[in-house]
Ligand binder design. Structure first.
Ligand SMILES: Nc1ccn([C@@H]2O[C@H](COP(=O)(O)O)[C@@H](O)[C@H]2O)c(=O)n1
Ligand code: CDI
Length: 159
């Protein structure tokens, strides 16, 4: 059994808007997130964790922020690409664990919908996808409410 672990980390700043998109789920909020794409910080982080497990570089290598093609793109495009790359190499995604770091919005009420959306996009069992959250106790840029940070781990297996 060939087991690979990858990690991901991403940050997006708050800006004008009335919702944030996290794991493909629109969550009402007093601000949006700024990015070249739809700024789905959680989906970018999970995508990077999968690329990491494959030693396949990072999201910006595959989808350069300088490429106008990805302006406003829905981030499932990036995640689907990473999953396809894993599949081409004979890997299945065993499980994913994703932690959002922000004071607001509260993630708990939306975590199940976020898990369901990712399970659907990746084509894996809901029980293998974890989405959770923490504040940073009002410390640092997330604590000041300047943006959302996310970390994720992906485990890939090939028999
Ligand atoms: N954006 C967030 C942040 C936290 N939660 C939930 O609150 C719990 C307590 O957070 P602490 O940072 O004070 O440990 C945390 O375990 C989450 O359940 C949340 O839903 N959304
Ligand atoms: C997703 C991409 C796509 O242009 O743009 P952003 O939405 O700015 O997101 P970021 O996490 O900064 O990363 C890299 C880019 O690949």
């Amino acid at each position: 059994m060939d087991i690979r672990l990858g990690n991901g980390f991403d940050v997006h700043a708050f800006g004008p808007g009335d919702h944030v998109t996290l794991c493909g789920v629109d969550i009402p909020h007093a601000q949006g997130l700024v990015g070249h794409s739809d700024a789905d910080v959680a989906m970018h982080t999970v995508t990077d964790a999968i690329y990491g497990a494959l030693a396949a570089g990072d999201i910006g290598r595959h989808f350069p922020p300088s490429d106008p093609q990805w302006k406003g793109a829905a981030s499932d495009v990036f995640l689907k690409h990473a999953v396809a790359l894993a599949s081409e190499q004979g890997f299945e995604i065993n499980n994913i664990d994703c932690t959002l770091i922000c004071e607001f919005p509260k993630i708990g009420p939306h975590a199940q919908a976020m898990r369901e959306k990712m399970a659907e996009i990746i084509g894996m069992a809901l029980s293998r996808i974890s989405v959770k959250a923490t504040t940073s106790e009002r410390l640092g840029f997330t604590g000041r409410g300047e943006g959302i940070a996310c970390i994720a781990t992906a485990a890939l297996v090939r028999s």
